[in-house]
Design a protein around this ligand. Structure first.
Ligand code: 26M
Length: 818
């Protein structure tokens, strides 16, 4: 071991205090008396980063020494959330840090509150990648997470006159103390131009790619700590101009052109595309994907060969996981690197490639399946298009040999020839991988029977399921210390590394004293959220009410508007004086809409309109309130989950691949009202159907309904309640008399209702009645809440990662002796 020893990064209160003052003085040039809150936060972050780096460096030493097989996780998105609190937990120095700061008259909570977050993802998929980083580190898996260092992450959401407004997320503006730039780790990535084919002296067929531009990718590393164990890194690439485009090589007169070129290069990693579940087909997005994939593969090849290993053994040392199809151009890029740049023959290169990649699918929605037009792909990546055609022609040949029909072959082809020819990235990823997985049992089953049906028939062994999980240390231990302490007091700390041991809580489910403390913790969390809600929205809510929460990206398939229709029904009932059986409730929504998704934005407008109506009505607001919390992100999520009583997971069955918010809520003691969709199915299986509020059609029933011809208008005509609620939308009683505002939603529901809200409306309302009834029996509710938590052990991302290790990657942990 070289350099810093453990003694430089001690973990005692004194060590932390000394290091903190040192950072404040020498890194920031400040004395304690003259500091801004950001200085204090930065000094503390740097103090902790040193300690994290030491873990990480030790891990790398050990991985290298043991020559261990490792994993590269390729994801276009990450949502790590604030690092400081999580790192303090992982280093086991929360108390020491609190005390060190207290001696300086400083408050840890205020410092924690200073931290912003890297919004380098849209939602579920990005957050899952970060949960996986946490678990990979904790389990000691030799691994690295590759991605893109977007300068602007997901937009900041503000609400103006009830509408979502987007502003840019300048997450780097006060510096990022967690990252380390690695100028020496950089690669050149080529774009555009043309290819030249020829046979060389030794009769080897060769291809040259003559690009028309080159861009440099530089590594920025962020250490990710595991719980009392190793560290790994998340390596994000930033685009810059290559040196050859520097002004020095140009004539004086070309200075501006050179600088312009530099600016254009940096465009590639400027901004995250804010669409989830909907593809944009934009050139810059394709460039982003290829850029980070190429840098990552070059980096892995460097790491691999640096240690004197043969490239032909690449797949023995690395498994590469593709987080959806966003990085799936990697299949063609690895082929190009092996065949064109390292002169490995096609067949052998293809064997290596297919033993390297595994692909996770996160969606069945047809509009979200990535396709790139042949013309765009050929223009940006001419060599890759040739390689994709070659892979395809060999693959289709195989199918022909097996006697596949023309229809089947057209369906399975990597190229979609209907309409403008385009490359189906899910097919490329499937053909180029040794395993393909969905993210919940139901989703994996549907993946095999719907989207990738032909492939599952061809290669049944290739398809598998790995149910998602969440970083319970972040989403319970860090964000809900009250609950965490209560749990640890009863069953010890084992649950932090083995979530299944939560089952030891079962025996306290009916214990009245324990129940009371359980409720006290919840009330405290709700009180804290109440303050936050008032700060953010001006709305005063009552922590004694039932907190009924739906937070997630806004999407029609997630059916936020189903919850709104029910709230309108309650409103109308209260106005009629029929208040019996309504448990006083606060309905809390949060989530971003893709900026170009009109109906999603209109749903937000609807929520804010209903909120205004309800909250200002003295007759109504004693019983119900409605809140839309702006700018939902990881930091806010950590405030919301601990304070929820009821978790809304009400997507149309068959549409939500898994969901992970559902797990975070249940782990914090919320009960779930939900459909048989995604991981809800498995959550219900685990917690018991008597502890889960199930409603709505099943996937099969929905298909049946569709086959029989779904007529939403019929429900409107035949169901008094539905008619009244829908008519209310266009009555002018919402949004200051504007009758037209919600017409698009009204018509959408009556004409197509693609997500069959009206069909599920009655069963949803009926289930809400049951929720109210159980809520009125607090002992019963608390018992169910405790049982929910006790039975959620399956849903740690530690379990998910263990599944990937055992069943997909074939990698083992490397433990480190300090
Ligand atoms: C694609 C092309 C261009 C621009 C953006 C995208 C894109 C980005 C993010 C598409 C989809 C994206 O995310 C999808 C997502 O978050 N899916 C969710 O993944 C979770 C983790 O597996 C699941 O729990 C959710 O059910 C699923 O909706």
């Amino acid at each position: 071991s070289i350099g810093a020893g453990a003694s430089d990064v001690g973990l005692s209160k004194e060590d932390i205090k000394k290091a903190f003052l040192h950072k404040l003085f020498y890194h920031l040039g400040r004395v304690p008396a003259l500091t801004t809150p950001n200085d204090l936060y930065t000094a503390m972050a740097l103090t902790i980063r040193d300690r994290a780096l030491r873990k990480f460096v030790r891990s790398i030493e050990e991985f290298t020494q043991q020559d261990a097989r490792g994993v590269a996780y390729l994801s276009a998105e990450y949502l790590p959330g604030p690092h400081l609190g999580n790192n303090l937990l992982n280093l086991h120095i929360v108390e020491e840090t609190k005390e060190a700061l207290a001696e300086l008259d400083l408050d840890l909570d205020e410092i924690l509150d200073q931290e912003g977050e890297p919004g380098l993802g849209n939602g579920g998929l990005g957050r899952l990648a970060s949960c996986f980083m946490d678990s990979l580190a904790t389990l000691g898996i030799p691994s690295i997470g590759y991605g893109i260092r977007y300068e602007f992450g997901i937009f900041k959401q503000e609400i103006k006159e009830g509408w979502q407004m987007e502003t840019t997320d300048k997450w780097l503006h006060s510096g990022n103390p967690w990252e380390i730039v690695r100028p020496e780790i950089s690669y050149v990535v080529k774009f555009g131009g043309r290819t030249e084919h020829r046979t060389n002296g030794q009769n080897r067929y060769e291809v040259d790619w003559l690009p028309d531009s080159e861009i440099k990718g530089t590594a920025y590393d962020t250490p990710i700590l595991g719980y009392q164990s190793n560290g790994i890194i998340m390596r994000l690439w930033k685009a810059e101009a290559v040196e050859s485009f520097d002004f020095s090589v140009y004539n004086i007169g070309d200075y501006y052109r050179a600088v312009e070129k530099k600016l254009r290069s940096e465009n590639i990693t400027k901004v995250l595309y804010p669409n989830d579940e909907n593809l944009s087909g934009k050139e810059l997005r394709l460039k982003q994907q290829y850029f980070f994939v190429s840098c990552s593969l070059q980096d892995m090849i460097r790491l691999h060969t640096m240690q004197g290993r043969k490239l032909k053994k690449f797949h023995e040392k690395f498994a590469i996981q593709l987080n959806d199809t966003h990085p799936s151009i990697a299949v063609a890029e690895l082929m190009r690197l092996l065949v064109d740049e390292h002169e490995i023959e096609w067949d052998e290169a293809w064997d290596i490639t297919r033993q390297t990649f595994a692909y996770t699918n996160h969606t069945l929605l047809p509009e979200a399946l990535e396709k790139w037009t042949v013309s765009l792909l050929g223009r940006i990546l001419p060599r890759h298009l040739e390689i994709i055609y070659e892979i395809n022609s060999r693959f289709l040949e195989e199918l022909r040999d097996k006697g596949y029909s023309g229809d089947q072959i057209a369906r399975m082809s990597l190229i979609d020839e209907q309409g403008e020819p385009s490359v189906r990235m899910a097919h490329l990823a499937t053909v180029g991988s040794f395993k393909v997985n969905g993210v919940s049992e139901l989703h994996s089953r549907l993946l095999k029977s719907q989207v990738l049906n032909d492939f599952a028939d061809l290669w049944p062994g290739k398809f598998t399921n790995v149910t998602n999980g969440v970083a319970h240390r972040r989403f319970v231990a860090v964000s809900n210390p009250g609950l965490a302490n209560l749990i640890s007091e009863k069953i010890g700390f084992g649950w932090l590394t083995n979530l299944s041991s939560l089952s030891e809580l079962e025996k306290f489910a009916k214990d009245e004293k324990f129940q009371q403390r359980w409720r006290d913790v919840k009330l405290q969390n709700k009180t804290a959220l109440t303050r936050f809600i008032e700060e953010q929205t001006g709305v005063k809510v009552d922590p004694d009410m039932l907190f009924d929460v739906q937070v997630k990206r806004i999407h029609e398939y997630k059916r936020q508007h189903l919850m709104v229709l029910h709230i309108i029904d309650l409103y109308l009932r209260i106005k009629d004086g029929k208040t019996e059986n309504i448990a006083p409730s606060t309905f809390i929504f949060a989530g971003k809409a893709a900026p170009g998704y009109f109906l999603a934005k209109l749903i937000i407008r609807l929520i804010t309109a209903v909120a205004d109506l309800v909250n200002d009505d003295e007759e109504v607001n004693k019983l119900i309130k409605v809140v839309f919390l702006p700018n939902f992100n990881v930091k806010q999520a950590q405030r919301v989950y601990p304070a929820a009583d009821l978790s809304e997971q009400i997507s149309m069955a068959g549409k939500e691949a898994s969901g992970t918010g559902n797990m975070k809520f249940a782990l914090n003691g919320a009960l779930t009202i939900g459909t048989l969709d995604g991981a809800n199915v498995e959550i219900r299986e685990e917690v018991g159907d008597e502890n889960f509020f199930l409603f709505g059609q099943t996937t099969e029933e929905i298909q049946q309904t569709r086959r029989e011809g779904y007529r939403p208008y019929q429900y409107y005509e035949e169901n008094e309640k539905i008619k009244r609620v829908l008519d209310f939308l266009v009555s002018g009683e919402l949004a200051n008399g504007d009758k037209d505002l919600f017409k698009p939603l009204y018509h959408n529901l009556l004409q197509q209702d693609p997500y069959q809200l009206l069909k599920d409306f009655d069963s949803y309302c009926a289930k809400k009645e049951e929720v109210f009834k159980v809520w009125n029996d607090q002992e019963e509710w608390t018992k169910k809440s405790i049982l929910n938590v006790a039975r959620m052990g399956k849903f740690s991302s530690d379990r998910s990662i263990q599944d990937y290790c055992d069943r997909i990657w074939q990698v083992k942990p490397v433990k480190i002796q300090e």
